[in-house]
Design a protein around this ligand. Structure first.
Ligand code: ASP
Length: 410
């Protein structure tokens, strides 16, 4: 049976088991979770997390060394960041639209009296930008600071390209290291169906469905927003800019989306999403290894959709009207907020506090949506990494066309 089929079965079984467990007495769920689901899920999570930092580092070094022309590297950087910013703004607009269309906070009975939400401060954007150059690269790697690792790797890659023959042995060493890491990703992916099953069953069993009630409309608004963005924005981009078939794209990328769904972490899914993009979608290695790790940190369209719906929802629950300027502020702040925060579970809520503050909405409102956030986190993470892969695919296809044209004219 193919890996995709196995993962699909694991997804379905995980959802069924999780929902059934959420109805079981809580001590039975805790037992099953503690001794079976959680250990299996964590083992899988650790296995892929173990590969994230080495893969990002080694593949970006090779990517930058391969794109030996710094101007080309800069061009790809600009295209990537533009694509990320534009799609995030579109995602947020879709989210705001869903919020006003479905009005999730208008009906229903929401208890706003005794909500408490302990705010965490996200890093200021300027500070993140300055800190992109790591003072200490080893520390960046040990703390998994993705932007710093990317910056350091680009420096090493460019140096390898410039020094050429003088450093060919180290270049070769990186290539061999890359081979080892790819082999390990393939090995770890064999355990993905089991890991995904355990993580999904554990998350859904824990979240339960009783929290749903009056939040159903909010969830529907977020989910519809996610589906629309995936089905329309990305499909149009894949077809119009990448000249590819969106269905083939989604079919090839599905295993990565399901790993994102089960781990709720763009960063942890990186080894899998890079491999799927390179092997199944034919994305050039040098492009995938640069565009996707960057995206896992700065591009989170699914998170943006949740934040937009949540902001409108909270404004409706607290009956505070948002003007057009407020809405533009929401879109700007949420786009900027996503730059400074890495793709790990639940980080979207931390960023949401920043957005709410910006337009003067009460952050306690977040307490209302925490209960249903786990499931939405799984879904939006799948969309987040799809956005990164879409960008990598489009840029790679364009590069391939340019390469072809230059070969012809030569
Ligand atoms: N879990 C998301 C990710 O890793 C971020 C979030 O929305 O909380 O992409």
């Amino acid at each position: 049976m193919s890996l995709t089929k196995k993962i699909l079965i694991a997804l379905v079984l995980g959802v069924i088991t999780g929902i059934s467990l959420s109805f079981a007495p809580s001590d039975i769920f805790s037992m099953v979770d503690q001794y079976a689901l959680n250990p299996v899920g964590q083992l899988f999570l650790n296995l892929i997390m173990m590969l994230v930092v080495p893969i990002v580092f080694v593949s970006i070094v090779l990517g930058a060394a391969g794109l030996s022309d710094p101007v080309k590297l800069g061009k790809i950087g600009v295209q990537t960041i533009t694509f990320y910013l534009v799609t995030t703004a579109v995602a947020l607009t879709i989210g705001v639209g869903m919020g006003y269309l479905l009005e999730p906070g208008a009906g229903g009975n929401f208890n706003i009296g005794d909500n408490e939400y302990e705010e965490q401060t996200p890093p200021p954007v300027m500070e993140t930008l300055i800190n992109i150059i790591p003072e200490n690269p080893i520390e960046a790697m040990s703390s998994g600071d993705m932007l710093q690792i990317i910056a350091f790797a680009i420096f090493i890659g460019v140096a390898l390209a410039v020094l050429g023959d003088k450093t060919k042995r180290i270049h070769h060493l990186f290539e061999e290291a890359n081979g080892i890491l790819l082999y390990l990703v393939n090995l770890v992916m064999k355990t993905a169906p089991y890991g995904a099953f355990a993580l999904i069953a554990s998350a859904l069993g824990d979240a339960g469905l009783d929290a749903l009630g009056s939040m159903a409309m909010y969830m529907l608004a977020v989910i519809l927003g996610l589906v629309l963005h995936g089905a329309i924005t990305y499909s149009l981009a894949i077809w119009g800019l990448g000249k590819g078939n969106p269905l083939t794209f989604y079919k090839g990328f599905f295993p990565a989306m399901s790993v994102a769904f089960s781990t709720s972490s763009s960063s942890a899914t990186l080894p899998v999403s890079m491999r799927m993009a390179q092997e199944k979608l034919g994305v050039k290695k040098s492009i995938s290894s640069f565009v996707q790790p960057l995206g896992a940190t700065i591009n989170m369209d699914g998170t943006g959709i949740m934040q937009a719906v949540a902001t409108v929802f909270i404004s409706q629950v607290y009956a505070i009207d948002l003007g057009l300027t407020d809405i533009i502020m929401v879109i700007l702040t949420a786009t900027l907020a996503s730059i400074g925060t890495a793709g790990v579970p639940g980080v979207g809520l931390v960023m949401l506090a920043m957005v709410l503050n910006q337009v003067g909405l009460p952050t306690e409102g977040i307490a209302l949506i925490i209960g249903v956030d786990r499931l939405l986190d799984m879904l939006r993470t799948s969309l987040n990494i799809t956005g990164d892969a879409t960008c990598a695919y489009i840029i790679s296809e364009r590069e391939k066309r340019i390469d072809k044209e230059t070969t012809y004219t030569e």
